[in-house]
Design a protein around this ligand. Sequence first.
Ligand code: GLA
Ligand code: GLA
Length: 681
Amino acid sequence: MSEKTIDRSWIRREPGATPRLEYGADYNPDQWPREVWDEDVRLMRRAGVTVVSLAIFSWARIQPAADVWDFEWLDDAMDLLHANGISVDLATATASPPPWLTTAHPEILPVTRTGETVWPGARQHWRPTSAVFREHALRLVDAVATRYADHPALVAWHVSNELGCHNIYDYSDDAAREFRLWLERRYGSVDALNVAWGTAFWSQRYSAWEQVLPPRLAASHPNPTQQIDFKRFSSDALKDYLVAERELLRRITPEVPVTTNFMIMNETNGMNYADWAAEVDFVSNDHYVLPGEQSRDELSFSANLTGGIAGHRPWFLMEHSTSAVNWQSVNLAKQPGELFRDSLTHVAHGADAVCFFQWRQSAAGAEKFHSGMVPHAGEDSDLYRDVVRLGETLRDLAPVAGTSVTPARAAILFDWESWWASEKDSHPTQLLRFRAEALDWYSAFLDAGVRVDVLPSAASLAGYDVVVAPVFYLMPQDTADALRAYVEGGGHLVTTYFSGIVDENDHVWLGGYPGALRELLGIRIQEFGPLLEGDTVALDNGTSGSVWTDRIDLEGADALVRYADGPQSTRPAVTRNTVGAGSATYVSTRLGPRGLAPVLAEVLELAGVESELPEPLRGSVELAVRGSADSEFWFLVNRTAEPVRIDGIDGEVIVRSVRDDGPALGSREVLVLRRPVTSTD
Ligand code: GLA
Ligand code: GLA
């Protein structure tokens, strides 16, 4: 088969197979006696499981010693699953090196910033840049791929597991060597590095490459550009490892798609997934909720962003939890309805697979109190019954499979490098949270009942009437130019405090903040005014701000809202500059979703963007839309603790998370309607 004719955009299915949503889990049969496996497949079939991720942590079992291989158990598991119609997303099993390897080669163990060795005993104790690790890992990949290349259960390769979950930052000598090579490729010469890193400061000037180190424990703030480059390098180093596994897999099984599970969730930020996405055949994500007021919105935000980096093609929800996890300080069980709501929210934002960690809850080990699809209580449990019912629901949702997310008219830009750079030490405040600001905007859109796409910052803005770029701190000239062109073309841009401050080397754009956007925004800031923890300032529209203020002078913009007290009292807090048919709005303080509401409402009105929901549903219901050529699927998720009446929306009910016919959608319930495509021309 030639490269051209191979479609690796999704897990392999028989030609002509009916489209479906996949359903399943990580499956770890090697933790259980053989007789349990028969029980497993019986319960999987009852639940409608279609796919499992197998052998993720099985390196020590598959290769018990350097030259000893034990595949019989895995042959057995693969055959058993296949005989029961369950396909396998087979792991390369490289996630956690076995004790014989770390004993023979302790030089593969990561080193922390403070010089401590990360010892074996948990998992993922390997240096991304270790040539020794890579040699052994690729030998395993080769053996696994060669053995199962033609196995009929194999539908995709699962590279390693959550690359970077525990080992993204390694400060070892291997890392130092590779970091220097990476820097040489980026800068070409030590002189250019000196300029980029601003080493005239604090006597940091380098005269040879071997003097350059990762930002290890230092006496005071390590060089900021060194820190950002180390983050860029660390993300690239693991991406390079992913590519190494993928290339080997491609050589052995060119027709089998390769994926790896990303962690787009909460504050996980070491891996630049916008950049990694191009290296996998389809995007997979893991998501776990943290308790808190915005936790449901956070899930939706993460799912939306995952769809954004997947280019709105279907993606694979590789892991989430049926109920509690084990790694938070208090691990809450899911409330009735949350399993459905969470799963369907991912589907609403483009997931064509709903999978869990893990199939059967472990009896031993660090994750024995982490929920699974089959809990300790066994099949006679509400949880397993819910799992069976979720399987039925996903079958009902089969018409959605393969459809794309229907683009919204508004977008939130999410910039990984600004996330890294804006939260560094030695800044005006340590209270700034990049992702929290972006999430506040997302909640404000949900409160307004207006759909919004969360996009990687390099995405095309064509077709978007409103673009919000929160805390876009690190702004190269070409990004600033693209935003200007967007506004000049009639777009409505909104940005916030600490945006457009530095270039790609973390050098300040001089002449008054925010240098990269000053003209476009029509403002000039001479000094920042961060606020102490817990302090707030009143605004003259009745809302209040926290975390940040700016001392703004207007240079063409209008003040929409002013500070009513605090150090900037009477000065502008929110400004707008009209540029041709477009506009550029600036919000200089953290307003939170409620404070953002009036600002957002004005921008939406200016841009002519309206909610697609009937008025009474706005805010209480999240709407997400997927579409094919002839149908649109409307996912309506109740965001509130109260029932919401669903009136005024036509459509054929495909799924209702609680099966009654009433017009009300209970708390945490989801309704999916199929509607004919409405032509806009
Ligand atoms: C000390 C140092 C200076 C500078 C200031 C910053 O005074 O001597 O070099 O770092 O702190 O407050
Ligand atoms: C991650 C890992 C899994 C498991 C879960 C627990 O997602 O990939 O192996 O540890 O966390 O929540």
